[in-house]
Write a protein that binds this ligand. Sequence first.
Ligand code: ZN
Length: 196
Amino acid sequence: MTTRSANGAVRRRAALAGLGGAALALAMASPSAHARGPSVRSESLSVSLKPKHLNLVVAQTGESFSDVFADGERYHDDGLARLNRLLRDFRTGEIKPIDPALFDLLARVQSQIGQPLRVLSGYRSWQTNHMLHLAGFDVAENSLHIAAKAVDFTVAGIAVSALGEIARQCGAGGIGLYRSGFIHIDTGPVRNWTGD
Ligand SMILES: [Zn+2]
């Protein structure tokens, strides 16, 4: 599977040539271009093209992603699409675009850990979240999983408390440490809690 779209190559060439944002947008406006991924601070394109990598395995489906999903501030469309599908509501099959900042956060966490993150929950539909809440799981009714801004995961051999400290250093918003052995992180406001 390709990791870099044709757009990515155009962007890279344009950025290397020192083109500004407007010229870059024109360069990307060719009819054959795929849809662009969200752009973050595009003015810094020529400054940082460092690839961002993630290595995720989803516990319930066995599906995984080990690839580059962005060059610097420019996300790869195909990488985001694969990650959005990976972190879908596996109970309903529903896919919702995940906040790309969550992937950035996960990449920072992973760079401190250097091994796969085992994902237990990414996006959750309102129905799935409500069902889990009614079933007695420690699930907030207005969970940021519903907004596709949260992920729960474990890492083999690393205590949840240690993961919490790493997540804090990496700029996580919400950090929930669960006694059953996983951590929740999200891109919402800074909060800390423990759960069952
Ligand atoms: Zn969670």
